[in-house]
Design a protein around this ligand. Sequence first.
Ligand code: FAD
Length: 298
Amino acid sequence: MPDLSALKERFGEHCVFDEPAAGFTTYRAGGRAEAVVRPGSPADLLWLAGWCRERNVPLLVLGRGSNVLVSDRGLPGVIALTWRLSKIEISGSAIEAQAGAQWDDIARLSAERGLAGLEKTSGIPGSVGGAVRMNAGAFGQETFDRLASVEAFDASGAAVKLLKKDIAHGYRRAEGLDGLTILSARFEFEPGDPAVLIQDRSCVLASREAKQPLDYPSAGSVFKRPPGDYASRLIDAAGLKGHRVGGAMVSDRHAGFIINSGGATAADIYALILEVRARVKEQSGVELQLEQILLGEF
Ligand SMILES: Cc1cc2nc3c(=O)[nH]c(=O)nc-3n(C[C@H](O)[C@H](O)[C@H](O)COP(=O)(O)OP(=O)(O)OC[C@H]3O[C@@H](n4cnc5c(N)ncnc54)[C@H](O)[C@@H]3O)c2cc1C
């Protein structure tokens, strides 16, 4: 593996080595990344991708790490976090946001400006890039409802612009984005009454507060919603609320979440995922599909 310490010269305090996944994922669990870099501009991210490509260093781009589980064995190469690419521009009925902007800022600002269509996605704790990649959504709205286009670069560093119609998508699914690094996305809205949109946002946030275990680290819903049912209902029906493996626990507030109740390893969380899947299959015949992304070796 080439000497990654050269990255320190360019990125200074925004480049750290041997960084535990607890520092860049919402599960607050998992092994160490060899290097974590937080580029300050799209040009810096592009430069970093080129640097890694030329040296065959693995590069993984993450937003807020709120939908991933990192193996206890850690991750080789460089993790690029988009946190500092957080610019948001509003013009008329459109919002253009860099990939690292917080998704909830889009939900809040659009509601405040009377731009309808994403207010019910309030409280999703990811980035714009992660939301596009996952087609994140909630309460009947999803990212692609208002997505107009995406600016990215491909594995060779070439600029790519995709319109919504170029990206096949569905429930928690956006295809053809593998190998692309998303730099920004544009959203277009219908007009709405700000008072109503802000009220909808408040209801959604209150509902999350009431139903989700937000006081513990997690990565949200572990499984996708199976057709015609809810993963949380099936998990609850299988008697798994509160079930534990080590520090990992099926939330007793929302059975769709696995929480890190303190000191969970990625192996604890993964073992619990497998057990939940097996017990639900046994109990109801439904094979739950993972929504969260496993990174590294399990
Ligand atoms: C408490 C809690 C509640 C949640 N509620 C919801 C919910 O209601 N609905 C929902 O859909 N999700 C929910 N989630 C899951 C998560 O927040 C979403 O999936 C979110 O969109 C992930 O964004 P992120 O920036 O954290 O992505 P990450 O976890 O950092 O990455 C996810 C994937 O996107 C890729 N990616 C990220 N940024 C880029 C980029 N710039 N270019 C290319 N690829 C990129 C990563 O490589 C990875 O494959 C919840 C999570 C938590 C912790």
